[in-house]
Design a protein around this ligand. Sequence first.
Ligand SMILES: *Cc1c(COP(=O)(O)O)cnc(C)c1O
Length: 387
Amino acid sequence: MSRDDARFGDFGGRHVPDPLEEPLDELAQAFDEIHDTDRFRDRFQRTLRSFAGRPTPLFHAERLSEAYGAQIYLKREDLLHGGAHKINNCLGQALLAEEAGKTRLIAETGAGQHGVATAMVGAMLGLDTEIYMGKKDVERQKMNVFRMRLMGAEVNEVTRGGAGLADAVDAALEDLARNVADTHYLVGSAVGPDPFPRMVREFQSVIGREARDQIQEQAGQLPDAAVACVGGGSNAIGLFHAFRDDDVAFYGAEGGGEGEGSGKHAAPLSEGAAGVKHGMKTRVLDDDTEVHSVSAGLDYPAVGPEHAMFRAVGRCDYRPVEDDAALEAFRTLSELEGIIPALESSHGLALAKDLAADMDEEDVILVNLSGRGDKDMEQAAEMFDLG
Ligand SMILES: *Cc1c(COP(=O)(O)O)cnc(C)c1O
């Protein structure tokens, strides 16, 4: 493979221990050889339609547009199987793994959403599936553990270290090193060593390709701004990619919650520094600060390397969004449009509100509604006193 493909400016690359070099080389080679073939494209697109529910609609949110003061269009990834964009990536990687002769999937999961999406595709394709999840998360996210087990996945409780997401990543990487012959590690965002960031981008970029056609048809123009929330950065890069060479301003909303105790914003782009983590060079937060956001999906202390590059070259403006602003947007969209967004996606909506305040009423803002908020209802009931 060409090492140039593996880098995004100064970021990205492959910073891993020796035993992982060979399996990652093989994966990169399989990706390069397979993903662009007619056979693979047909199968991926067919399965995205029949299993995942693509294409997703683009919705002109007229009452929200009126309230925010610009024309807001929502890309409805919340309507996909599993309730979020994660299925796009899981399907792409699982189909690729199968074509490459693998019979087993492993994945890490924090809040459990990526583990559930991996279990869905593992069951559908008949692949053995094992999910690594920190003990703390297993206790907090029982429903997702039940879902994974119901679909036949083994959930492996990780007790080492802080028993959280980072420890689950380490356990999954060790599993991969032991079982490279039959196992694919299905990474959950546009993060990690090459080829994951470019592979996940490829599988998620269907979001932006669809949205680009839809918005031209419905609004008669390209958007003035495209907005997405950023955890690891997969839904954002998936939305942005099709507009990369267009005159469309990109905005990324990071978790900017005020942590309890020493908690820190989950905002490596706004507040981090260059560093190496989880096999890639990117922007990271200090190791010893616990990140905090009201939404678990944005609680990641690093970010995909392409976003680090977009920030460095000024292609995208990343801003932290406070918990309160995200919660307000969560409520506003529910009340005005009858759509309950994921708390993660609510960060993007809150940022769109800020942008709209400085734009003309006819200006068009495209927001990626990355997921639905059903998973967040208990938290919402408590915060809004709905009981
Ligand atoms: C997981 C998740 C995210 C964060 O992941 P990215 O890789 O940054 O997209 C955002 N929104 C929802 C609904 C999620 O489930």
